[in-house]
Design a protein around this ligand. Structure first.
Ligand SMILES: O=P(O)(O)O[C@H]1O[C@H](CO)[C@@H](O)[C@H]1O
Ligand code: HPA
Length: 300
């Protein structure tokens, strides 16, 4: 039996079927991962739908598929490979999540965000999140990149929140503040970097919202989001950010506007995941360049 299989066997075998995870579970998972890699990452990056190509730029790569990590949800969505990629990006030690879990895949909010607490337990204090999102702001174009300045947890309005349940203070406080979730210095760094790179015209700053999905929004839902000041909408990210802020991480987020949402009742177009992936493909080089520059400049 390989060392890895033996380790897995020693772990609580029920860990894979759990809906929520104790501090000790997360400790076990983090040490299982660190036993398998040499890298000691200081920055975590979650890659959104179709945005996992950033991993191609990682040097000294060490890769672990989620299926080999106890408790980790496996990726079921096209455009999410389901791998942890460790190594160097712009000379910094990082771990990239090449693919994320979503609540709409049927995972509990706690399982969806397990990787974030695991990263924290591995010694990571800064988290970059990216996603594909529909453009709600009528001035946005497909292919724009939006630095996230705030979010609306619409899923939370319906009780979907990974912080629900018994609170273990070793993770963080019962009532975490969320008014400064997206770090101001990192937002400024990203916007200035975008300007320097000549990306100013298509890099914006705005508000992201999350509904659980998996269906795309109705016309009236999109009009509602527009009226309450949302610029882009998706089906992810918010649970990850809630958990990251709860455990004291510094967070930066970017959305790629992959499609315009449908705001007219008689429109013939419909939103679809193929368009989301195609836009990701088309803009991936720009996004990779911007991300590597930001990683280069960030102090960890
Ligand atoms: O948020 P990410 O994972 O980037 O993906 C977005 O794209 C998918 C829909 O096309 C959904 O998963 C939505 O959340
Ligand atoms: O239009 C959208 N709506 C919700 N999620 C999305 N993810 C990419 N595009 C969209």
């Amino acid at each position: 039996m390989s060392k890895d299989k033996a380790l897995l066997r020693r772990m609580d075998s029920s860990i894979d079927t759990k809906l929520s995870f104790t501090y000790e579970d997360v400790e076990q998972i983090a040490s299982h991962i660190l036993d398998r890699v040499k890298c000691r990452p200081k920055l975590g990056i979650i890659c959104g739908s179709g945005l996992g190509k950033l991993a191609d730029l990682v040097q000294e790569r060490e890769v672990i598929p989620y299926t080999e990590i106890p408790g980790f949800p496996s990726s079921t969505v096209p455009g999410h490979e389901g791998k942890l990629v460790f190594g160097k990006l712009s000379g910094k030690s990082v771990v990239l999540m090449q693919g994320r879990a979503h609540c709409y895949e049927g995972y509990s909010p706690q399982k969806t965000t397990l990787a974030v607490r695991t990263m924290k337990m591995m010694g990571i204090n800064t988290l970059f999140v990216t996603n594909a999102a529909g453009g709600i702001n009528r001035n946005y174009n497909v292919g724009d990149i939006m630095v996230i300045k705030d979010h609306v947890n619409l899923a939370g309005f319906a009780g979907v929140n990974p912080l629900v349940g018994v609170n273990d203070e070793r993770f963080g406080p019962r009532f975490p503040a969320m008014s400064r979730a997206y770090d101001l210095d990192l937002r400024k760094l990203a916007l200035n970097t975008a300007k320097e790179m000549g990306f100013g015209e298509f890099v914006r700053e705005g508000v992201y919202s999350m509904m659980v999905g998996p269906n795309f929004e109705t016309v009236t839902e999109c009009r509602f989001l527009n009226q309450i000041g949302i610029d882009a909408t998706g089906m992810s990210t918010v649970p990850e950010v809630l958990v990251a802020i709860h455990c004291g991480m510094r967070v930066f987020g970017m959305s790629l506007i992959t499609n315009k949402v449908i705001m007219e009742y008689d429109a013939e177009d419909v939103a679809n995941h193929e368009e989301v992936l195609q836009t990701g493909d088309r803009r991936s080089t720009d996004l990779q360049q911007l991300m590597t520059q930001i990683v280069d400049k960030v102090e960890l």
